[in-house]
Design a protein around this ligand. Structure first.
Ligand code: CTP
Ligand code: MG
Length: 235
């Protein structure tokens, strides 16, 4: 039986957030943002370990008490210059242990997506655990798409047919994902599926949820707070 591991790349600095504190530690509902991703993955009965990849320069993680998650948590200070490098470094580190095998599943989930629900995570595991390639959460685009030309004037309206927005988790088997991410072109790819696609494979799109937002800009924080409050049944 294949096991399921979660890996949270959390070695970025959140440049677009324009705060001194790396965004994964910004306060959300009284907790550092990364707390929610760790918690949801930890709570899944199917996931055996949650691996957090921090920057070697991280000064924040140890300021918090993570003991409630200690039975599953593995923390590694091996983050790299890009998300793909952080993820690959983490995969290489765990692959050297006897905990994980080539065919075990790895769910890579952004520290900056605190609103992943337990239900959505379960749906993904149910839909993909028998898949030969693996896949990712994504939502079909609902807005009309415009391509801009000069001076932000519309040059063209694009069809949104068959277009999806990629989310995380993205779930692939350990060996496949390592093979994909170690290709030179993968270094700058902003998700795991792109690297797998570049091998000529077709990851499965699993219907995600618009509430599984990624926090990128300051305005995203208040929306995340509302979503979390609703999920916790406080609204
Ligand atoms: N990440 C990482 N290592 C990097 C860059 C990003 O582990 N060198 C992680 C981030 O910490 C985040 C996830 O990848 O959890 C998604 O990346 P993104 O939202 O782009 O975060 P940042 O790169 O930190 O933000 P920005 O692009 O605005 O600098
Ligand atoms: Mg980034």
């Amino acid at each position: 039986m294949s096991k399921f591991f979660a890996l949270i790349p959390a070695a970025g600095f959140g440049a677009r957030m324009k705060t001194n504190l790396p965004k994964q530690y910004l306060s959300l509902g009284g907790r550092p943002m990364i707390y929610y991703a760790v918690r949801t993955l930890y709570l899944s009965p199917d996931i055996t370990n949650v691996v957090v990849i921090l920057s070697p320069e991280d000064r924040e993680w140890l300021k918090y008490d993570w003991s409630e998650f200690s039975s599953k948590l593995i923390v590694l200070n091996c983050g790299g210059e890009t998300r793909a490098m952080s993820t690959l470094n983490g995969l290489m580190a765990i692959s050297e242990s006897s905990l994980i095998h080539d065919e075990d599943w790895v769910l890579v989930h952004d520290a900056a997506r605190p609103c992943l629900s337990e239900e959505l995570l379960k749906r993904m595991l149910d839909e993909l655990s028998k898949d030969t390639v693996g896949g990712l959460l994504a939502v079909p685009i609902s807005d009309t798409l415009k391509r801009s030309g000069i001076n932000d004037r519309v040059q063209e309206t694009e069809s949104r047919k068959n277009l999806w927005q990629a989310q995380t988790p993205q779930m692939f088997r350990l060996k496949l994902l390592m093979n994909a991410l170690c290709k030179p072109n993968s270094v700058t790819m902003t998700d795991d599926a792109s690297a797998v696609e570049a091998l000529g494979l077709y990851p499965k799109l699993v219907l995600g949820d618009v509430r599984n937002i990624k926090i990128t800009y300051p305005k995203d924080l208040s929306l995340a707070e509302l979503i979390l409050r609703e999920q916790q049944g406080e609204v």
